[in-house]
Design a protein around this ligand. Sequence first.
Ligand SMILES: [Zn+2]
Length: 1023
Amino acid sequence: MNRFTAPLLLGLLCCFVSTATIAQNKFKPKYLRENDKTLLNLTSYASDNGWLDFKQDAQTEAIDPDAFLNRFGNKLGVGNGYHLKPTKDETDFREIRHQTFQLYYKNIKVEGVEYTLHSRHKRLRTAHGRIIEGLSTDVSKPMPERKALEIALADLNINADELKGRDMPKGELVLISTDEALSAQNVKLCYAFDMRIAGLKNKAAKASEPQRIYVDASTGEVVQRAALSSQCFNPAHQHQPALLPLRPHLALPGTGNSLVAQPMVASTFTPFSVNNNRYFGAQGVGNFETEPVSTSAGQQYRLSLPGTNLRVRDAYGAVPGPATTNMELWQNGRDIFNPTPHWGTNHQVGTMALWLTQRIYPFYEQIDQQQRGIDRNGQYPLVVININDTRASWDNIAAIGFGQSNNVHYVTADILGHEYTHAVTQNNSNLGTGAEYKREPGALNESVADIFGTAFERYLFPDGNQTNPSNWNWTLGEDGQGAFTQRSMANPEAFRQPSRYGAVDPNWFPANQAVSCNSLNNLCGVHINSGVMNKWFHTLCTGQFPAGTHAMNAIAFDDAIKIVYRAVRHYTHSTSNYADMRDATASAARDLFFSCSPQHRAVVEAWRLANLPSPHRCDPGCDFDVSPNVVSNAGCNQAITLNATCSSPLAWPCSGLSFSYSGPNVPYNSGGAAFNVTTPSSSGHYRYTVKLAKPGCYTPEKTFHVSVNCLSSGLCDFGSDPRYVGTWYGLTVQIRHINGKNVLVTAITGSNPDKYYPRGDNFWGSFSLDPNAANLQGCLNAGSTGWGGLSLPGGLTPPPGYSQGTEADGAVYFVANGGPPPANPCDFSQPRHVGTWNGLNVQIRQFPNNKRALVTAEPNSSNDKYYPRGDNFWDNFTKTSDAEQYRACLNAGNTGWWGMSFPSISPPGGYQQGNAPDGAIFFSTNGLRKAASAGPTPENVSLVTVRPNPAQTVITVGFVLAEAQRVSMQLLDLQGRTVKQQSHAGVAGMNEPVLNIASLPAGQYMLEVRLGTERIMQKVIKE
Ligand SMILES: [Zn+2]
């Protein structure tokens, strides 16, 4: 299609549909209807779906979360007889407290009405929920429970006589709303019965699925029916062909009787070829652990994990009756055995199910270290395979079930991940679960399951295909044995799912409150309307909307996953709808990456593309940016003023913030826009950074460069100092005075020893010229040369102290070669580099009292910071090849190995002494970094993730930094020896450096990541 016709078409479609849309009565909070200024003046955001963001600036009153409901409850709609009962109170690693309340009216639960407060350090940030106003329902005279039960049973065509001798379902009195506007007159007092009635002879169709039946406690009317399980990947719900015939009987060895739990045993299995090619890199074999068990048939190995509840069972032959749950099928199912721990192709469905369930546990731990199992307490789901009905489901109790037909199996990473996520979601927030597994909340529950299902599949991929999410597989169900794709997150339309919210999208499943949601209409579209959030997540990770077109800046996949996880865990309720999910994910992004961060803005923008625009979710007070006013050039040792400007769409966000600079000769500083600094003492092109900080806001930063030229007597006098004139492929271009000639060179600045390539006058024009150097071309007088520096200008020889060398490609260079060896080997008037240790330089330095001591120095630290060690440190670092000759020069005496104490030396002139938080003592030029005495706070230390783990070739290390800083990482073996180290120039926000571990032997390692003063350890398994 011609791209220029698309907007016109969309416009027509939009207008046509909108005239056909019927306006509906929607909920509106009391404070908005009444335009209550005492509350609204405290907020920066107040939406129709009941979300309030509170201003966080110093001028606005801070609201104590513990006083909020008493003080403002009546403005939310809390009336007489109401009680908000606390159900959750948790403070997370960001020190944000989340308090959730359930509404009761006259001691009866009002189903689906929850309210949550989010605060930090006793200051309310966000409050949300929808309170039903003006309740006056008579709850005093419900009919007898037994009478209501008879009505509920009759509704399912169940003859009460058939239930003789069984436990009868118990009724719970609840208040429910049947009205989208949450008007009080449509609230009904009901008995709710959970009907899970298995094994009836009368297989009445209506009783075929577990259901929650609501019977009006005064009229006896059946008001609602709700699904009590998530039946997923059922082609009947997916516009797909019907189920294929059942496959032949699967033979199993004799039933086992587990006697004593024994240690698990390393085991292998052969996956289906489709899984082998995808999860196992075509290695043909999977590694997992199975449990040795004594059985009547002798020692066998079972698909279970000792010490846990994980056990995969086979339901074949256990015919599900009406309302049979997966848990019952599991209980009636059979253990799966093999005579050896090497399963080969035996029980391929079961081995794959066990392997996947073992793998998903650490996957979730990487997202949140507390998410151990489905309940954060180590619990696995029960897993049952070969059910002869639906393809995959979670039963809202304990078990995941997989159906099968004609050798078609859906035991795959994305589908198992999907069902497991239903369990996690139910435990975390109950979003769209049980009675709310319908309409938008149910669709959101489904989408969250798809998102984590596909993320789990991505986590398993051994080829590290994680760098370009656009190439990622965004479909669900495609890698089952004999299976077919059922949904696409990139392109929901391919499966007739919508990618935009509401009636503007022709695939949107229209559901209003008058429609009864049951499995025949896909519970009002739970597996259809999930397409909108699926596509939103795809847009967030790829920037594409529609797929294949660039619509916005994407964010890292791992950031996006953490945002969704946090939104579900802390910011959703059982009845959250799409508008709530938009605000929940924006809040989660703000918590994790600060307000107005790229992640936060991307979340909001992706929802806007999905037709869920939001006006204010980037706090206006944080909506600012910084631009440096560049000092482009200066002399050396010259006082200059660094300067920058704050800009914002509004005027006031630029107040109450602080500027800070970093770069050569800038000590720690925080404060005003202008900062005085002395330029370095040698010529060069120096990088500075300025950033703007404000509590609670993302910290924008910009880098800029200052060209420093140490001009002496004449324009063409380069005798004392190389002159910076430009850059070329990351090298510095200088003019140097070499044996009477002014020569262009490309230099590796800071190289030790000083190494550079003489070019020739004809190199001028082939590099990126510094504007300040444009008038220096006339100074050149070396003659021309090979353009690449392969030959030298005529008559040029290395200056004293330098020697000449030739690279493999023929290029000729001059190098100081460490200079000629000093006449006195113990002359350390300049620090002498003798090795490295944990990414630090190890040097010998000379101190005022003539002590010569080992130090560890931070490379390129702007305030020359270093830790005096002692002579005894000699054996503890990696030495240069020529280091040994200097050992005898050391005379400072011994010290604490770690540098906690030091030899009897004092800081030389111009240096001060400081203490790192771990007690180590350091020397630094004047202007000690304030950060050295401040402990880490949750704002600037993040969790460290490693993926994949186990890994074979590379690992990606993930962490968030509040500000740019150098981060050192090292891998230690079990003996504590450093086997690999790497330094990373960290940027503010998410960082994902990659470590290549291909050359390491298989085994267990510890990764140590140093974030500021924090050392964070993570276990890494090399396969
Ligand atoms: Zn599902």
